[in-house]
Design a protein around this ligand. Structure first.
Ligand SMILES: [Zn+2]
Length: 338
């Protein structure tokens, strides 16, 4: 172990040398590498968690730089996938950590593989459909789920432990709708993101170092602008909860291949078109008629002044400039084929 590197963390008595050794032997999955995910990844990698797996489906854009702390202007200019850019930045910070960067969509078909060999899941997502999926997957596999979310100047966080605490579905109910407010519609400031991600990380460190008695048993809500905080203490799990009660895991049961989703507030639609794309071959086809940019990770085609297709090698197409799913499907069928 790198004693000098972790000396201040080991001097912190609740972690100590023993806790540091446990961190080294731990593996964490971070789902979503936006604002929350970059902050959590930065802290966990610096703290010496032995294996960090980062999954994100998106690429870096200029509007991310205000709060997504691992990314640079160059990442945005090169349209780097967030998972790849994060991995290379984090490796510069701590070469002793095994870091995986996976560019894919987290859905019912992929989540269980992504959980393999992991000890805990950190929520870096921006939507409740993925959160309910993570909640189901974590409870099914007995992994703690560090939930966090931030929008505007407000944030929420809770640590869900299968077999011990209620789950996200117990707290919010199945049909929870976050009223449609997202970072892309009403904005977000970085202090709330950093706070929420830091709380998620602190809870993760407690679990991973064996101090689970210290974990918070509440849903924390905070507004960093008006400075209000509220904590709702956990009650018992609901016996009829479809996740932790009856163990039906409804969000894991959904067949999601071939799915088209409108990306809330982003004026874009994601279509899972096939299992993979050969980007260079596709670029050759399209270059004759359209303006195409291709990187090792994605291909971007300008269709008109306000519509664009971004094709990922994992089989996804992001249609930018529309939130209409049928329009998006038409464009994909016309330019890429189905
Ligand atoms: Zn539950």
């Amino acid at each position: 172990m790198d004693r000098e590197r972790y000396s201040r963390q080991m001097l912190f008595a609740p972690i100590g040398e023993e806790g540091q050794e446990k961190l080294k032997n731990s593996a964490v999955l971070i789902v979503g590498c936006g604002a929350l995910g970059t902050v959590a990844a930065n802290q966990l990698v610096r703290a010496g968690v032995g294996h960090v797996r980062i999954v994100d489906r998106d690429f870096v854009e200029t509007s991310n730089l205000q709060r997504q702390m691992l990314f640079t202007e160059e990442d945005a200019a090169h349209m780097m996938p967030k998972a790849i850019a994060a991995k290379s930045r984090l490796e510069e910070m701590n070469s002793g950590v095994e870091i995986e960067g996976i560019v894919t969509d987290v859905n019912a078909g992929s989540i269980e593989n992504l959980l393999e060999n992991m000890d805990l899941v950190v929520d870096g997502t921006d939507n409740f459909s993925t959160r309910f999926l993570l909640n189901d997957a974590c409870y099914k596999h007995g992994l703690p789920y560090m939930y966090g979310g931030a929008v505007s100047s407000r944030g929420m966080s809770a640590s869900f432990i299968p077999g011990e605490t209620p789950c996200l579905r117990c707290l919010l109910g199945s049909g929870y709708d976050s009223s449609g407010d997202t970072c892309d519609t009403i904005g977000v400031i970085s202090p709330i993101v950093d706070i929420i991600a830091s709380i998620e990380t602190a809870e993760a460190l407690k679990w991973l170092t064996g101090r689970k008695d210290k974990m918070r048993r509440s849903l924390l809500q905070m507004d960093v602008w008006s400075f209000q905080t509220q904590e709702i203490t956990f009650k018992s799990p609901r016996p009829d909860c479809l996740t932790c009660g009856t163990k039906e895991y409804p969000d894991l049961q959904q067949a999601r291949a071939d799915e088209a989703v409108s990306m809330c507030g982003r004026d874009s639609v994601q279509i899972h078109s096939r299992t993979s794309f050969d980007l260079n071959q596709l670029a050759e086809q399209l270059q004759a008629v359209l303006n195409v940019e291709v990187t090792p990770f994605l291909l971007r085609v300008e269709i008109s002044s306000d519509e664009r297709l971004v094709v990922f090698s994992d089989g996804r197409v992001l249609v930018q400039g529309t939130d209409d799913i049928s329009r998006a499907k038409t464009l994909v069928a016309r330019y890429i084929g189905s």
